[in-house]
Design a protein. Structure first.
Length: 248
């Protein structure tokens, strides 16, 4: 596989080393001379130029690559690189780094982004996953389909504890993809039984109902403030009398 990486900072170089270790062909692009640490990733091809320029992408033979990774520290640059790669060179897959979570909404197909990777959001998810038991944690969102990977650790009080997978009625548009028990992940089968502390990885489609999932895993979900039951307001004298019919 041929991969072009825009941005030769620590993130770009780390990605390049991993890809080279899997025998992929990698080209690194950066416009900063200080980023040209060729000796650190000597097996890659290097290009000192602005990846937001069409001429640079042509020189990097982007039209021949399978994936382009926009890994700079500038969200604007990552969007431009993704858009040019997709619209001008027809790159099959674009992966873009999101530096500021506030910009995440822009990283979609309208800007040529197939996969957006937000480091702050991933770190937040990992923190929540590490401390939350009985809470649904969003691990990853597929921007093209809108599907999500969710994780939940079953608490002792879960109504699913002790049930066979075959006996569970899953909400629409959800699939149990894997179970992690202790340190061992495995693909669930109909005869597997869920246990306390199991980490469940669920793939949920765009139309999946998170409240239905929460109810399934932990019983009655915590009501959202906007959904809490309110006591009915006392009837006014006007209400008690009834509405007056309009006169002709």
């Amino acid at each position: 596989m041929r991969v072009v990486i825009a941005g030769a900072g620590s993130v770009g170089r780390s990605i390049a080393r991993e890809l080279l270790g899997h025998d992929h062909d990698v080209t690194l692009i950066d416009r900063q001379p200080g980023a040209m640490r060729v000796a650190q990733v000597a097996e890659a091809d290097w290009l000192l130029a602005d990846a937001c320029e069409l001429s640079t992408l042509s020189d990097a033979r982007v039209a021949e690559c399978d994936v382009i990774v926009a890994a700079t520290g500038d969200d604007k640059a990552n969007l431009v690189v993704s858009l040019l790669a997709k619209t001008e060179f027809g790159v099959p897959r674009t992966v873009a780094r999101v530096n500021n979570p506030r910009n995440e909404w822009m990283f979609d197909e309208s800007w040529g982004v197939d996969v957006a990777v937000s480091t702050p959001r991933i770190m937040t998810a990992m923190v929540e996953e590490a401390v939350a038991v009985g809470d649904l944690v969003r691990i990853f969102t597929f921007h093209q389909s809108g599907a999500e990977i969710l994780e939940i650790t079953l608490p002792e009080s879960s109504p699913l504890v002790g049930l066979r997978i075959a006996a569970i009625v899953w909400p629409a548009d959800t699939v149990l993809a894997a179970i992690v028990r202790g340190s061992q992940p495995f693909a669930p089968t109909a005869d597997d039984t869920l246990e306390v502390g199991d980490e469940l990885l669920i793939v949920a489609g765009r139309e999946a109902d998170p409240h239905a999932l929460e109810t399934l895993f932990v019983g009655t979900p915590t009501p959202h403030p906007a959904e809490e039951t309110r006591s009915p307001a006392p009837e006014s004298d006007h209400d008690a009398r009834g509405a007056t019919s309009p006169t002709a």
